[in-house]
Design a binder for this molecule. Structure first.
Ligand code: C6P
Length: 408
């Protein structure tokens, strides 16, 4: 059984009150809270064995290096990569996607090529491709999102042809919650010789991930949304593709040999990790992976479906609410964007904050999607392992109160 009361005991942040109320944290889509095991793993490193990695021939450096590389192996197993060499540590999902755009993209995208995205991409998986397309004379095409928030796969079938070199899609929308049909997209993209990059920033923390089952070429995600610290992200890439790519940043650690004239690159994954990496953050991410594995990713997904089902039932009782995205909780994640009458989402968020309820309001870095929905902003509640139905009750009660106050 998924025991939220026990799980909450592991998160020090919930041992306090906000304005005299228990904290109701409904913004894990932006960043998750951290369990004690993550905080302690990082604290232990700083207190007892911290040193730079891959450099020192002394005990602490060897221990730090082993812990850093052990974290990589945990991440590789977590996403079912064929090898730990396919896991590159970056700062976040944004940097992971930029890495691909600047290296593979600059090498492989040419004038007349097409890059397919969806209409619900986060700016992190949109702006780098806009930049690349403008530089190379390539074209962006979008899989439309229908009125219920589902991908229009019939249009995808029309878009996919020999000019397509990359399909870069979110696995789960941070606004609509929509889960993208990755298997179908990857099969059809590969059939025309295109590569598939998946923005897993919202999905990897919330459901089992298997890069081999989906046969994706690149997967980008961030540690801070999956109980780990900020400052650490992951780029997974198929080994043969990573091997053929030029490096992203150059400098220390990513080289094998340097002369006054030239340099040879290190082997994978270090070829893409120039300079001193986020050592302690990687160790924290490893501890987060341990924690998620202990709960079990299938159980985490089940809990999220149950919470989302409850949220739809309960929030729909709030007069004037409009919830965006697929109504089927099994076809979506637990990011629930909504509007309440004509109350501005920022006003809603700040009113809820007084009651100790943290939600996000704005365009959630998905401005084109909001333009399509004819909205400037939405309010968004997003759930994770420490949320429970009573959090949604509190949210619904606060929204009722907001409607009375603002007359929305
Ligand atoms: N979305 C949200 O509140 P970074 O910032 O690099 O860790 O993650 C970027 C990112 C990429 N893709 C998706 C689908 C995302 O949701 C995010 C981050 C946060 O929705 C902050 S804007």
């Amino acid at each position: 059984m998924f025991d939220v009361d026990t799980i909450r005991q592991d998160f020090p942040i919930f041992h306090q009150q906000v304005n005299g109320n228990p904290l109701i944290y409904l913004d894990s889509g932006a960043s998750s809270q951290k369990p004690l095991s993550v905080i302690e793993a990082m604290d232990e490193c700083y207190r007892t064995y911290y040193a730079n990695v891959h450099r020192g021939i002394y005990q602490f450096s060897e221990k730090s290096s082993a812990a850093y590389e052990d974290a990589r192996k945990k991440v590789a197993r977590f996403i079912n990569a064929r090898s730990w060499r396919e896991v590159i540590f970056t700062r976040n999902a944004t940097e992971s996607i930029n890495l691909v755009a600047y290296t593979w993209g600059r090498q492989n995208i040419h004038a007349g090529d097409t890059i397919i995205l969806t209409e619900m991409e986060h700016h992190a998986n949109l702006v780098p491709w806009q930049q690349l397309a403008a530089e190379k004379g390539a074209r962006l095409a979008y899989i439309p999102v229908d009125a219920c928030g589902y991908c229009d796969m019939a249009t995808f079938d029309q878009l996919i042809n020999d000019s397509v070199k990359l399909v870069a899609v979110t696995q789960m929308s941070n606004v609509l919650g929509t889960v993208t049909p990755l298997g179908e997209i990857a099969a059809k993209a590969h059939a025309v010789g295109a590569l598939v990059l998946v923005d897993g920033a919202q999905a990897v923390p919330h459901m089992p991930t298997d890069v081999q089952a989906f046969d994706v070429d690149f997967l980008a995600f961030s540690g801070h949304k999956m109980l780990g610290p900020s400052g650490i992200g992951v780029l997974y890439g198929k080994r043969e593709i990573l091997q053929a790519m030029p490096p992203f940043l150059t400098g220390g650690d990513m080289i094998r040999k340097v002369t006054f004239e030239t340099a040879e690159w290190n082997e994978l994954p270090w070829k893409f990790e120039a300079g001193t990496p986020a050592i302690v953050e990687a160790i924290g991410l490893g501890a987060a992976v341990d924690y998620l594995n202990k709960l079990g990713m299938p159980a985490i997904r089940k809990h999220e479906i149950e919470l989302t089902t409850y949220a739809f039932d309960r929030l729909c009782q709030v007069e004037g609410i409009h919830i965006y995205g697929p109504p089927d909780p099994t076809a979506r994640g637990g990011a629930v964007a909504f509007t309440l009458g004509d109350i501005h989402p920022h006003d809603l968020a700040s009113l809820l904050d007084h009651a100790g309820i943290a939600i996000r309001a704005g365009h959630h870095c998905a401005m084109p999607l909001h333009q399509k929905l004819c909205l400037t902003a939405t309010a968004r509640a997003s759930f994770y392992v420490y949320n429970q139905p009573s959090d949604i009750d509190r949210l619904a009660e606060a929204l009722d109160l907001a409607r009375e106050l603002f007359g929305g």
